[in-house]
Design a protein around this ligand. Structure first.
Ligand code: GLU
Length: 425
């Protein structure tokens, strides 16, 4: 990924993984990490790059590139989504797998971290083309994924349907029905109730908890949500249900701002019908970048990486930023927010609701016994709030940010497992 260097016409290549490591290093310094352990944790266990040849509907053959990074296995099988996006690179997938390692540890799940992706633009592909790409992706990974090896899930532009194709392809290859090879599946084939909403629900749970601490009354609190997919759309609706006024929403087609409030459920229905928010009339249209700078109480970046960066950080007027996306804030921006007194709930805590219910799904699949939605939601809330309380305690007692506290807790948990297991050499 490249960004403009401010004040010049130059463009600088910025590594997403490099930024992620910068966050790790801040916490590692406070933990006095042994250099050998630090070396292990700053290297991915395994990176797999492969070709995905597939047939277009018109008969032509094309070849895309697929990735799966299994970052760390100290606490259990690798875990993390698969992204279909034109911006997918090995660097990005490695950073996302790195973040999954810490995300699973922050909420104390018995998983390591992984992530996958295909560099493609799904908006240019038919459903049957996407199915062929997805099945070939799964077939290429048959030996290295599985309920006790690596468990993929949905991410940007992948859905329960994609997971159904992966589960089916894997099960056909191993000649055994294996629902636990992926999570985020449709209910009919071993999915969990509450999984689709879990990430957005989790974002609102931790945000409302922090708002209570900050004395921000949800009634009338102004919320802006950037990104209106599975995370942003659900979070917007949950904020509204809690009494907040959602004053801005956006997707790739632009941002829609209305200080009197946007009807989140109506906007979701609109986006479902029209496949995007294009033409939505519930707010004034502006650019995504401008919307991020509108004054609000809570800002939820729920799209892609690096949207809050050195170029706009000093103009952000939110009181609280809740990272629905992975990696939306660069380290430079994070320091500006700290200086300006803006509280940030980091991605590895704020959006951990999704992987938490993925864990519940994996448990249910292994037991063949499925829980009611109320039970899933109650357990999700307990996991998130219990672990958020641990971060708050550390952040307050040491005078550090939630992000550094989250990395400290996560690194400490992974290091304990690593030390007990030892280095097999
Ligand atoms: N893709 C989601 C994330 O970034 C969910 C991962 C999962 O459920 O494994 O957390």
């Amino acid at each position: 990924m490249s960004t403009a260097v401010p004040g010049t016409t130059a463009v600088r290549e910025v590594s997403v993984f490099g930024d992620a490591i910068a966050y790790f290093n801040e916490a590692a310094a406070l933990l006095n990490l042994d250099p050998g352990i630090k070396a292990i944790l700053t290297h991915p266990s395994r990176q797999i790059i492969f070709s995905i040849p597939f047939q277009r509907d018109n008969g032509g053959i094309e070849v895309y590139t697929g990735y799966r990074v299994q970052y760390n296995f100290a606490r259990g099988p690798a875990k993390g989504g698969i992204r279909f996006h034109p911006g997918v690179t090995l660097d990005e997938v490695t950073a996302l797998a790195f973040w999954m390692t810490w995300k699973c540890a922050v909420v104390d799940l018995p998983f390591g971290g992984g992530k996958g992706g295909v560099t493609c633009d799904p908006s240019t592909l038919s459903m049957s083309e996407i199915e062929r790409i997805t099945r070939r992706y799964a077939a290429e990974l048959v030996e290295v994924i599985g309920p006790d090896k690596d468990v993929p899930a949905p991410d940007v532009n992948t859905t329960p349907q994609h997971m159904a194709w992966i589960m089916d392809t894997f099960s056909m290859h191993v000649r055994q029905n294996t629902p636990g090879v992926v999570t985020g599946k449709p209910l009919e084939i071993g999915g969990s109730r509450g999984r689709v909403e879990a990430t957005g629900r989790g974002v609102s749970i931790v945000a409302l908890d922090e708002m209570a601490r900050l004395g921000i009354d949800p009634k009338g609190a102004r919320v802006i949500v950037q990104g209106f997919g599975n995370v942003g759309g659900v979070a917007a609706k949950m904020f509204q249900d809690a009494g907040c006024t959602v004053i801005g929403i956006s997707d790739v087609t632009g941002a829609y701002v209305n200080t009197n409030g946007i009807d989140a459920a109506g906007a979701m229905a609109y986006a479902q019908e029209h496949h995007s928010l294009d033409g939505y009339r519930g707010g004034d249209k502006m650019s995504n970048q401008s919307m991020l700078e509108v004054e609000c109480d809570v800002l939820v970046p729920a799209a892609l990486e690096k949207v809050l960066n050195i170029d706009n950080a000093s103009r952000i007027k939110a009181k609280l930023i809740v990272e629905g996306a992975n990696g939306p804030t660069t380290p430079e921006a994070d320091h500006i927010f700290a200086k300006n007194g803006i509280i940030v709930i980091p991605d590895i805590m704020a959006n951990a609701g999704g992987v938490t219910v993925s864990y519940f799904e994996w448990v249910q699949d292994r037991q063949g016994y499925f829980w009611k939605e109320a039970e899933v939601n109650a357990r999700l809330e307990e996991v998130l709030l219990d672990n958020f309380a641990v971060l708050r305690e550390i952040a307050q007692s040491r005078g550090i940010s939630y992000r550094t506290a989250a990395y400290m807790v996560a690194i400490d948990r992974v290091v304990k497992s690593l030390k007990l297991r030892g280095v097999y050499a």
